[in-house]
Design a protein around this ligand. Structure first.
Ligand SMILES: CC(=O)N[C@H]1[C@@H](OP(=O)(O)OP(=O)(O)OC[C@H]2O[C@@H](n3ccc(=O)[nH]c3=O)[C@H](O)[C@@H]2O)O[C@H](CO)[C@@H](O)[C@@H]1O
Length: 363
C-alpha cells in the first residue's frame, strides 16, 4: 500500500496523521508513506523525528476578508498544486489523505485532479475553510464529531473518530513518569496550552506560582516552545520546586498522558480525542482565537456529558484553576464521575476506522 499523508501547521493536525501511519504500518508492514507538509509548520520538526519520508510545499492560508494577501495565497495555491502534482506523480500513491491545515489544500486537490482516491480527516466539530473546500473533490470525509457531518456532502461523510485516540491507549505509563522524574506516590496535573502553548494560560499559572509547591499533587507545566524562555525568566529556583516540572514541549505525550490524573488544556480536538480515550478528567479553556469559535463547541461536548469543567478565557485565572483542581481531587466521587463520563465519549478504535476508509476508497 502506498499512501501520501498531508497535514500541518499545528500538532492537532499532525499527530492524527502520525497515528494513522502507525496503523497503516501495523496492517501493511511494507507500506510506503510520503508525508507532504510545509517547511514552516510544526510538522517540519515532528515528522522527520519519526523517520517518515517528508517533502514540503510552500503555502499560506486565506484571510476571511478580501486582501492583497489573498491574491498571493491564490498564486501560492497554484504553484503548490503544481509541485504537489509532481510529488504525487513520482510517488504513485494508492490513496491520499489530508488531516487538516492549509497544506492539505493543494496536496489533496492535486490528487483528486489526478484521479487518485482521496480522503480528508476533520478533527473538529466545526470544519475549517480548507476541508470545506476540499470536500467537493474528495471521495470520503472522515469526522470526529456528529455535529461536523452537516457541513459536508451527506454521501461522503463518515464518523471515524481521531486516530490519535487509539495511539494513546498503546502507552508505557512508567516511561512517561520516568521521563519527567514524577513521584509515583503523588497525583499529577498536566497544564498545557495546545501544541503551540497559550500565553493566557502561562499568565494564570505564573500569577499563582508560589501556590503550586504547597499542594499535595505535582504539576507538569508545558509552556509551548516559543514561550519557554519568557516563562523561565519569571520563575525562580524556589518556585521551581520538586512539585513543579516545567517543559517547553513534550515529545512523548501519549506516555505522559498515561502517567497523569488530570489535565488543564485548551480544547483542541486532538487533545480531546486523547483525553476521552483515556478517561482523563479535564479543565478546558477553549481558545477564543480560532475559526468559528470551534474550540468552545469541542469543549461543550465534554462539558455536557460531565467529563470536563470548561472555563472561558476571560473567567479563568490562577485562583480559579487552583480551586477547580482542588474540587476535582477532593470532592468525593467527582474524579470517578468525570473519568466515566470522559470514557463514554472516547473512540478507541478510531485508527482502525480511518484505515478502513483508506482501504475502501483505494479498492
Ligand atoms: C490555535 C488552533 O488553531 N488550534 C487548533 C489546532 O490546535 P492544536 O495543535 O493545539 O491541537 P490539539 O490540542 O487538538 O492537539 C495538540 C496535539 O499536540 C500534542 N502535544 C501538545 C503539546 C505538547 O507539548 N506535546 C504534544 O505532543 C497533543 O498531545 C495533541 O496530540 O488543531 C486542533 C485540531 O484540528 C484544533 O482543534 C485547534 O483549534
Amino acid at each position: 500500500m502506498r499512501v501520501v499523508v498531508s497535514g500541518g501547521g499545528t500538532g492537532g493536525h499532525i499527530y492524527p496523521a502520525l497515528s494513522l501511519i502507525k496503523e497503516i504500518k501495523r496492517n501493511h508492514e511494507n507500506a510506503e508513506i510520503l508525508y507532504i507538509g510545509t517547511e514552516r509548520g510544526l510538522e517540519a520538526d515532528i515528522v522527520p523525528r519519526e523517520n517518515i519520508p517528508f517533502e514540503t510545499i510552500h503555502i499560506s492560508g486565506f484571510k476571511r476578508k478580501l486582501s492583497i494577501e489573498n491574491i498571493k495565497t491564490i498564486t501560492r495555491f497554484l504553484t503548490g498544486t503544481k509541485r504537489a502534482k509532481k510529488l504525487i506523480q513520482n510517488f504513485k500513491p494508492d490513496v491520499v489523505i489530508g488531516t487538516g491545515g492549509y497544506v492539505c489544500g493543494p496536496v489533496v486537490y492535486a490528487a483528486a485532479k489526478l484521479s487518485i482516491p482521496t480522503v480528508i480527516h476533520e478533527q473538529n466539530s466545526v470544519p475549517g475553510l480548507t476541508n470545506k473546500f476540499l470536500s467537493r473533490y474528495v471521495d470520503r470525509v472522515a469526522v470526529c464529531f456528529e455535529e461536523a457531518k452537516e457541513f459536508f456532502p451527506k454521501e461522503k461523510v463518515i464518523f471515524t473518530g481521531n486516530p490519535r485516540a487509539s495511539d494513546v491507549l498503546d502507552i508505557d505509563k512508567e516511561a512517561g513518569r520516568n521521563s519527567l522524574n514524577l513521584d509515583a506516590t503523588k497525583k499529577t496535573v498536566l497544564i498545557v496550552g495546545g501544541s503551540r502553548g497559550a500565553r493566557p494560560i502561562n499568565d494564570a499559572f505564573l500569577s499563582v506560582i508560589g501556590e503550586w509547591s504547597k499542594k499535595n499533587y505535582q504539576v507538569v507545566y508545558v509552556t509551548g516552545s516559543v514561550h519557554y524562555d519568557t516563562v523561565m525568566g519569571k520563575v525562580n529556583e524556589v518556585e521551581q520546586s520538586k512539585n513543579v516540572i516545567i517543559r517547553p514541549f513534550i515529545h512523548n505525550m501519549p506516555d505522559v498522558l498515561g502517567a497523569i490524573d488530570l489535565i488543564v488544556a485548551r480544547a483542541g480536538a486532538t487533545t480531546l480525542a486523547e483525553i476521552t480515550a483515556l478517561g482523563l478528567p479535564s479543565i478546558l479553556i477553549p481558545s477564543p482565537y480560532v475559526t468559528n469559535n470551534h474550540q468552545e463547541k469541542n469543549a461543550n461536548a465534554l462539558k455536557v456529558n460531565g467529563a470536563a469543567i470548561v472555563r472561558k478565557e476571560q473567567e479563568m485565572s490562577g485562583e480559579v484553576l487552583l480551586n477547580d483542581i482542588d474540587q476535582i481531587f477532593s470532592v468525593q466521587g467527582k474524579w470517578n464521575e468525570m473519568n466515566r463520563a470522559a470514557l463514554e465519549l472516547g473512540v478507541p478504535h478510531a485508527a482502525r476506522n480511518v484505515f478502513q476508509v483508506l482501504v475502501d476508497v483505494s479498492r
